[in-house]
Design a protein around this ligand. Structure first.
Ligand code: ATP
Ligand code: MG
Length: 387
């Protein structure tokens, strides 16, 4: 049986035909020959014969099995074939003398790639049925493989991320001890020898102290960031109005220094969420609104609305944090969520970790975060948290 017309791929050349009726075997053989199809056809006349053949030979490209076999059914064979995964699953077409929709459905449900009736018309089409079914099967297999690969990559990525967070956590934790020593000794030098020190030396040592303080903040930020990556989410009911009172208390120094104000909408929700992370989010966003602000009265307003998530995904809370600060040019609006991205490093203090921590928290809580802003007028940060 030679000719190129029905090649599926270079490997796909053998068919095991499991059929006990010799006339049917002959008919099928002839149909393949008449259509000049480049398949090698092997025949087994029983279920056990087929299994023996499969044991002794390379897996065929395809099995066509009669439903009624002397020692079982085509579906039994299908089950056996699917069970032998180490040889790779071989596609199988079920064939019967009398068509039945029920049997067709059962065959497909059991994993057969097609179902044909042994009528002259259907058998004449068999070479094309085989080609089509094999192409579809290959396509589905490739898709499945790709899906599996993607799943594996995702798992790998998650693991790598966890390792990285673990590493960041360990390193930053270990950095704390020597840093504490540097800070302690600079303080001691200033306290004990401050008066005797040359003005220049004093200034240098103070600079060491300031740098140590900045490093401390940085380490704290890295620890927070790695914690969000590593820890599982433990939720508890959180009253956002109360949480904002705590945030305001923590920001007292900044609020007073700037003569600023934080206005919270009356009825912010109470819902189940990760309390510490929610506080971290507000601390950062409200803090930024007050910090990046040149108005005579820096004002940050916090509000929230409940809305549909879309596509039957339940509800979510949309929080808005609006300020009358310096604003952010459009081209920087997505970049500011990157690690260490600071637009005015000379003018304002910070490590540039705040918004990346916010983004990580919101991601972890299955929400999203973005900003709208007009330079010179102010910014509004929006983030969503599913209910
Ligand atoms: N409300 C805002 N108005 C104007 N610019 C902002 C605002 N929030 C953030 N930015 C800009 O985005 C940058 C990143 O913000 P982010 O909170 O990550 O860092 P930071 O505040 O500089 O440092 P950190 O939060 O770690 O103390 C800021 O440095 C600032 O340039
Ligand atoms: Mg910040």
């Amino acid at each position: 049986m030679k000719c190129e017309s029905i090649m599926v791929d270079s490997r796909a050349r053998t068919i095991l035909l499991v059929e006990d009726e010799e006339t049917d075997v002959e008919l099928i053989r002839r149909i393949f020959e008449d259509n000049s199809v480049d398949w090698e056809l092997f025949n087994a006349s029983s279920l056990n014969g087929a299994l023996k053949w499969l044991d002794e030979n390379e897996s065929p490209s395809l099995i066509i099995a009669d439903y009624f076999l002397p020692d079982g059914s085509g579906l039994d064979l299908l089950k056996e074939v699917t069970g032998r995964e180490k040889k790779g699953i071989t596609p199988l077409i079920i064939m019967t003398g009398h068509g039945s929709e029920q049997l067709a459905a059962r065959s497909l449900k059991s994993g057969a790639i097609d179902y044909v009736v042994k009528s002259v018309r259907e058998l004449r089409n068999l070479p094309w049925t085989v080609k089509r079914a094999l192409l579809e099967w290959e396509h589905a297999t490739r898709l499945k493989r790709a899906e599996e690969e993607t799943k594996n990559y995702m798992k790998e990525l998650e693991r790598a991320n966890r390792d990285l967070a673990e590493f960041a956590h360990t390193v930053s934790h270990d950095l704390k001890a020597p840093l504490r020593a540097i800070q302690a000794f600079t303080t001691l030098i200033l306290e004990d020898y401050g008066d005797t020190l040359d003005e220049r030396v004093r200034e240098y040592i103070e600079k060491v102290g300031d740098a140590g303080e900045r490093m401390n903040t940085l380490i704290k930020d890295i620890l927070t960031l790695s914690r969000v990556g590593r820890e599982s989410i433990e939720v508890e009911p959180v009253n956002v109005n109360e949480l904002l009172e705590e945030v305001k208390a923590d920001l007292t120094a900044l609020i007073e220094e700037r003569g600023g104000e934080v206005v919270a909408a009356d009825a912010l929700p109470t819902f189940s969420t990760q309390r510490v992370w929610m506080k971290e989010l507000f601390l950062n966003l409200v803090g930024n609104g007050l910090k990046f602000n040149r108005s005579g009265k820096p004002t940050v307003e916090v509000s929230c609305e409940e809305r549909e998530r879309g596509k039957g995904n339940g509800k979510e809370y949309l929080f808005k944090i609006n300020d009358n600060g310096i604003g952010i040019e459009e081209k920087y609006q997505s970049r500011i969520f990157n690690l260490s991205e600071r637009l005015h490093p000379q003018e304002y203090e910070g490590t540039g970790f705040g918004l990346s921590i916010c983004k990580k928290i919101v991601d972890k809580l299955d929400g999203n975060i973005r900003v709208e802003s007009t330079p010179g007028e102010g910014s509004t940060f929006f983030f969503t948290i599913p209910e």
